[in-house]
Design a protein around this ligand. Structure first.
Ligand code: CA
Length: 218
């Protein structure tokens, strides 16, 4: 899944990006509110980590513009302001969660995962599709009681399909959720991963809609 981190302090932004990449997210970065809003409107991110005090456009203004444009991307607001009224104001403007600086990165990752799952209508970390059970937190997959080993890339793809289950996902949409903007992508990478998912988890789990893309049924 793909995240946008909007934070003007370069050290913090880069260390956040590293932690999130280690947690298997694809991560784009923006250093000010104007660039952050541009990217957030351009790309369908799975989640946005948004600092509140930003140059060119505040986090609050970015959030307001995003929601005014009808975008429901989950947003976790980072705030140095700890007053109750500031938290309430942030949530009122359409933030899905917030963290007060300084925060533990493990908590950031856990909260992001939870709010992305909630937004996808998957409040629990375990998703069952037919005889396949996907544990989104521990990144494990079981089929018919036995654990199935997936590569990291195979799991990433399965996760995106499961989080959007019932929706046909084109190759381009899948790539948007899987790869940060600086990544080169082999044009057949997604097809190759779909083939291995079918080999390991059964032919029916990931269905093809000819000319449209792939889906996991709801
Ligand atoms: Ca800042």
């Amino acid at each position: 899944m793909r995240l946008l981190v909007v934070e003007d302090e370069a050290d913090l932004r880069e260390s956040l990006a590293r932690v999130l990449v280690d947690a298997h997210f694809a991560v784009d970065e923006a250093a000010d509110g104007e660039d952050g809003l541009f990217r957030a409107l351009e790309i369908e991110y799975d989640g946005i980590v948004l600092d509140r005090l930003l140059p060119r456009r505040s986090g609050d203004a970015v959030l307001a513009a995003l929601r005014a444009a009808g975008r429901t991307t989950p947003v976790l607001l980072l705030t140095a302001l700890d007053a109750v009224e500031d938290r309430v104001a942030g949530l009122d403007r359409g933030a899905d969660d917030y963290l007060t600086k300084p925060f533990a990165v493990d908590e950031l990752v856990a909260r992001l995962r939870a709010l992305i799952r909630r937004a996808a209508g998957t409040p629990t970390p375990a998703v069952v599709v037919g005889d396949v059970e996907v544990d989104l937190t521990r990144r494990r997959v079981h089929r018919g009681g036995g654990e199935v080993e997936l590569t990291s890339r195979e799991f990433d793809l399965l996760e995106v399909l499961v989080m959007h289950r019932g929706r046909v996902m084109s190759r381009a949409a899948l790539a948007d959720h899987l790869y940060a903007e600086d990544r080169d992508l082999l044009s057949n990478a997604i097809d190759v991963h779909v083939a291995s998912l079918r080999r390991k988890l059964g032919a029916d789990l990931v269905q093809t809609r000819r000319g449209l893309g792939y889906l996991v049924d709801a």
